[in-house]
Write a protein that binds this ligand. Sequence first.
Ligand code: PMP
Length: 375
Amino acid sequence: MIYFDNAATTKPYQEALESFNKTSENYFFNTASIHQSGKTASKLLESARQQILDLMFLKDYDLVFTSSATESNNIAIQSTLRRKKAFGSTILTSELEHPSIVNVLEEMKNEGFNVKYIKTNSAGQVDIEHFKSILDNDTIFVTTLAVNNIIGSVQPIEEMVKILKDFPKVHFHVDATQAIGKADIDYRGVDTVSISGHKFNSVKGVGGLFVKKLANLSPIQYGGGHEKNIRSGTVNLPAITSMAKALRLTLENARAVNQRLSKFNDQVREAVSDLKSIYVQKKSAPYIINLSFIGAKGEVVVNALSERGILVSTTSACASKLTTLNETLLAIKMDEAVIEASIRISMGKDTNQEDVDELIKALKEVYEELGDVLA
Ligand code: PMP
């Protein structure tokens, strides 16, 4: 099996698994227990929290541990909007968001909020001029992802922070799920930032929400208030220590990994460049290559590759309940033929030259096999 679906999820670092196991075995205690072992577990929790804040250069922030980026996004949006209702009703977002943003905002519309979409440029980034032009005094919330999960485009987060300095009423949320180790972004100034451990080689079931001002948030689910009175439920300490370990390794290795993946990305592009029915999206974050065998459905190509032991994913499936065509590709004005045919190849820290050679060979074989089907 050759794995090219790292944007969906990643294989944990061995050290992250060891950390999970060691904590499960030796520090299985409830971090809220007041006995000696509970206190030890709680110390470990706080040291993981501090380590993650330091690694992200967000020393002055709080970090609320969650189960996933989906949960982090839900807390950031629902909690902030309900608190800010009196100050305005407009939310600005990009056309490139994950369902864990899109579908929450749909729900917020039912609660009377008004959602406006920032236009996208051809590179798959928010159009900054359009953003400035629609920001107004009724705007209370802006949300965008940092790196898009379909084409890997990187958003101008720092520039948006600068612009929002003139709008102190606005809460700026960033979904950084796909960005960790992939794009060098300074999040200082952003109000809330979501991350998810399983996207950067930690175990699954753990995420985080970085928060600039904790007092601006309130829970959306009620219980014991374990995590800063924002998120309840017994803390998943083994997964949190695993995430802290994975984050350190991911950031330490980021430069070398990205250089290698960038070279692989170019190799795949070069290899298919003379195949006339293949359309390749522009290169952004190096780990993603999104391409279309025009004339064939994405699923067909995914299955043909899968039969050869190569795992990629399709992007034509519903990105949300709103449309059957992928919204990111619609936003960058791709036509239906490109969208329906698109597949996403996403590399990771373990991707090597042999994998890429096999992928290229398989892409060419599938191309031959599809023959007349292709446009
Ligand atoms: N946002 C983005 C941009 C994502 O790619 C994903 C995962 N596909 C999520 C949020 C949700 O992450 P999780 O699986 O941790 O809920």
